[in-house]
Design a protein around this ligand. Structure first.
Ligand code: H2U
Ligand code: ZN
Length: 347
């Protein structure tokens, strides 16, 4: 098949289609140009609400932390106690209370160092913290799902450059996870094997969409990628959640995250914006056949540090569409150095 011609690709995880139009990458751009985030950050910022020893909203002071630091979000979107039962006045007006918890996880005391600039052990500490949060919040009787995510860069709505992530735990399984869990269960039912085990093997055999890999993880641009430099991070072994990883796999996860995010930053020589997050098993003990731990990286930038992909128009009303092929995106990411362009603490 001629991959330069417009075509559709199927995403078996969400069961959505994506329209791929490679020839459109050549069109001129007179639209919005993003501001460059090239300012040099200080190691400590007295005005940052995430730096050690500083005051947060509401007057709480952060401790003088030396590794990762977790706190309850001062503006939590979810609260631990359920509100009163509510009833819609019509079957089409469905409403129910939701419970949960929202936390912020600072990666390190350093205001200026992103994941690829931290030493391997510091990134491992982040993974250990995410794992601990999954176990702790997931063990609450009224929590069914723990969503770990990172919003990076002002372009993605991140409010603070101090490297951090968030954990939102909920009483119900959120939409994206629910769709992927259902698709993985159906695939297992139909094929008798795991969707992402099978997909990972197929991609390792093909090779054209692989970005980088180590003994336990592969980072690849999925065949059905929507965002230009979207990446799917897959453990080789069929682990369902972060707490299922053994110590060697945790180290390997830290390694692959550092290497992938170094390539991202090196692509346009800026701290590369993205939203990323892990999809894990629900924590309600009901079992989740076919669930395979993975992380999605969704970066918005398209052809330079200043031109982003907008999900508007056809995307909002019809279906996602992309201009460069996943194979081209993978090739560009593969060709980049894993040594961060700004250096760091762990080179
Ligand atoms: P993002 O920058 O990734 O959007 O998240 C930062 C979070 O930090 C945000 O959810 C919280 C915001 O509610 N926050 C506090 O909990 N305390 C503060 O003092 C400021 C911001
Ligand atoms: Zn800071």
């Amino acid at each position: 098949m001629n991959l330069d011609a417009p075509h559709r690709r199927f995403n078996p995880l969400t069961r959505d289609w994506v329209l791929v139009s490679p020839h459109r990458a050549r069109r001129p751009w007179l639209g919005q140009v993003e501001k460059l985030a090239r300012e040099v950050l200080p190691a400590y910022d007295p005005a940052c609400y995430l730096c050690p020893g500083n005051e947060r909203a509401g007057g709480v002071r952060n401790p003088a932390y030396a590794s990762t630091f977790v706190f309850d979000n001062d503006f939590a979107a979810l609260l631990p106690d359920p509100g009163p039962e509510v009833e819609g006045s019509h079957p089409l007006l469905t409403i129910e209370p939701e419970v949960g918890a929202c936390r912020v996880v600072c990666f390190s005391p350093r205001h200026d160092l992103g994941l690829p600039q931290l030493p391997l052990a510091a990134v491992e500490a982040v993974i250990t913290t995410w794992t601990g949060q999954t176990v702790e919040l997931g063990s609450r009787a009224n929590i069914r799902y723990v969503q770990i995510f990172e919003n990076k860069g002002a372009m993605m709505g991140c409010s603070n450059p101090h490297p951090h992530s968030q954990v939102w735990a909920t009483g119900q399984i959120p939409n994206e996870a629910a769709r992927e869990l259902a698709a993985q269960a159906a695939y297992l039912d139909e094929h008798g094997s795991c969707l992402l085990c099978d997909y990972g093997s197929a991609e390792r055999q093909d090779g054209s969409r692989i970005v980088c890999a180590n003994q336990h993880f592969t980072a690849l641009v999925p065949f059905w990628a929507v965002w230009p430099f979207e990446v799917l991070l897959l453990p080789h072994r069929h682990a369902a959640s972060l707490p299922d990883l053994d110590p060697a796999e945790r180290t390997a996860l830290a390694d692959i995250i550092r290497r992938l995010t170094a390539r991202y930053d090196n692509l346009f020589e800026i701290p590369f914006p993205y939203s990323m997050g892990f999809h894990q098993a629900p924590t309600d003990g009901r079992g989740c056949p076919g669930q395979h731990l993975h992380a999605h990286f969704y970066p918005p930038l398209l052809r330079s540090a200043t031109v982003r992909k907008f999900m508007v128009g056809y995307e909002m009303l019809a279906m996602p569409q992309r201009d460069i092929t996943p194979e081209t995106a993978a090739e560009r990411l593969r060709g980049l150095s894993e040594v961060h362009f700004l250096g760091g603490d762990g080179q």
